[in-house]
Design a protein. Sequence first.
Length: 451
Amino acid sequence: MKVDVLVLGGGLAGLSAAYHLGERGVRSRLVVEAKDRVGGTAGSVTTGRFTFDYTGHLLHLHDPYGKSLILDLLKDNVAAHERKAWIYSQGAFTRYPFQANTKGLPPETVADCVAGFLETVHRPTPLDRNPDFLSWCRATFGDGITRRFMRPYNEKLWRTPLSKLTTEWQGRFVPKPTASEVLYGALTDGNALFGYNATFRYPVRGGIQSLPDALADRLEPGVVRVDSPVLAVDLREKVASVRGLGEVRYERLVNTLPLNAFLDLAKPLPAGVKAARGDLRWNTVWNLNVGIDRPAPADKHWIYYPEKRFPFYRVGYSSNFSPHLAPEGHAALYLEATRPGGTRVDRDKLEADMIKGLREAGLLRRSDEISAKIWMPVPVGYVVYDRARTPAVNTIFRHLASLGVESIGRYGGWKYSFMEETILDGKRCAERLTGGEPAAEPSAAPLRALK
């Protein structure tokens, strides 16, 4: 088999690249996906009468084109929601984000957080050009907010000392309130909707699987092959070995697999790239989905748990995204914990700890019946933005670009992003391959419209 463009991975990035290449006249393209369906981690699994996603997969639409395309794909199978997110700490629920909602916490905690924040306003701390995340939190939010939430929650999520993380990732994901918002949130139970995820959309039926299915339906028959894992890639000879297809020769390659996994399949790699591969760090999200025989509380979409006594960092009620994810009178929950990538996990012990944690958090009563339970881990849930990450990625991408290889999406691009951005990554990749957008690094000549 020979194609002009071979796409590794049938998630949103790969499907988007194939779709937009087709829109630009490239017909000879092939998407190979290891699973038996498209979507990757933006997919869903049905067990009994429950439908579960790989943790909370919500649509945050900010780009005009991305919003238009996604809403056109889902048509009437989508609903809009205002975020109902909470934090549980010191025995109290407070609204998200913590830095603007301390009302309800012990008075000494509220005073500590407000005083620390106001100090950053009146006596700002100068920061280095490339500060570590811990220093940035202290300078941005003050010692109180950092100590009470930012540090414990983020160390629980990233599994890395915050002094070793950069601030490259946080941009839109960690909103900074004004002094008046901090004071207002300390005195009243407001619901100021700010941050990139203040509102979201979600499919009415079918879980998030509905989105990649709709995108795949826009492709011609035969463009996507499922049950077709990539076994090896010879970058010099431009040939991939794919189970069930044999050797697939290509002119250009688009990778959307996790960058570490792709490099482990690819050869030959120069010593510098191999060394850079060794510098990549990531966390696996151990996602346990649970169904219980009681409706979800109507005022909650998800809850953050910064304290060490709880084994999870977040619990969400996906049946509040759509009631069709659970039988009537039942709730669908997802529980998330991280561990450093590649470490062994005693899944039975972690499951027992999570169920116990649900009880201690008051989310599971002794009278509740667990109607469904399924593990759906995300192998590369979060890329760790330590000091080695960006130099390593730059080294790797320069080499891949010199060979005409694109590596895109949250996983292939080795970054922290969301679904709309991943779809736009596929669009931009198609434009680069066909000469419509300049490449970030030198690469092979554009394909142009190959009929």
